[in-house]
Design a binder for this molecule. Sequence first.
Ligand SMILES: Nc1nc2c(ncn2[C@@H]2O[C@H](COP(=O)(O)OP(=O)(O)OP(=O)(O)O)[C@@H](O)[C@H]2O)c(=O)[nH]1
Ligand SMILES: [Mg+2]
Length: 276
Amino acid sequence: MPRYAQLVMGPAGSGKSTYCSTMVQHAESLNRSVHVVNLDPAAEYFNYPVMADIRELIQVDDVMEDNSLRFGPNGGLVFCMEYFANNFDWLEESLGHVEDDYILFDCPGQIELYTHLPVMRQLVEQLQQWEFRVCGVFLVDSQFMVESFKFISGVMAALSAMVSLEIPQVNVMTKMDLLAPKAKKEIEKYLDPDMYSMMEDNSDTFRSKKFKKLTKAICGLIDDYSMVRFLPFDRTDEEGINIVLQHIDFSIQYGEDLEVKEPKHDQFLELDVLNI
Ligand SMILES: Nc1nc2c(ncn2[C@@H]2O[C@H](COP(=O)(O)OP(=O)(O)OP(=O)(O)O)[C@@H](O)[C@H]2O)c(=O)[nH]1
Ligand SMILES: [Mg+2]
């Protein structure tokens, strides 16, 4: 039986922990069981029940207080994640093996974890060895995406995670509920972007010819291969949340191997009441 995992990634404050708790609630309403593992050793607050918490293994504060290490918050986090990568047996023990496992991994916000450090890739490879099908879910805050240059840098961040992890990835624009109606309209063009026209709209702003050429080449590459696309995520919109979940499920073929489950006793009673 395969197991399923979402690796919830994205820059600091992009809404990863909120996404996880929203998804757990949504899954509950669909009668599906989804668990969350906190992989942020600096996490202070999240409002979902955890199946496992990396802070039981190592905490950033302890690393920073260690006089022989003398790390700041970012170096401390990288140290914690490397320690985690050397202790995957902790994760294996914490995960156990539940039937039809579907687990969300709430990852830290340091972008270097997804661009050039090996930890997340090692985690993916380890999960795959444990028979997990893993989907990357890369979140970016819609508030920072309403201008084309910011959008291009968001696209590049998502793309570097895709390239470094080599797993299916669904990119999500979060906090859509915070956008004013005008910005909401404006953002539609960024969900399925035409990079060439975006580039043309901004061609006056380039001072350097070389930079213009480089940006054009990047935009062309992304557009020609339809490499990056975003799905909107509004935590108040159940239907929208479901569309995101369906895309992810599809990418890891969730449901294809599920066995038909016997309804529980009280579900039989419900059917009786309905005369079915
Ligand atoms: N209105 C609104 N606020 C959101 C949404 N998602 C996140 N937030 C808020 O944005 C802030 C950051 O959200 P988190 O879920 O903690 O973000 P994170 O990516 O886990 O942050 P780090 O773990 O620190 O990197 C919190 O104040 C959330 O309440 C959303 O969809 N709508
Ligand atoms: Mg978080």
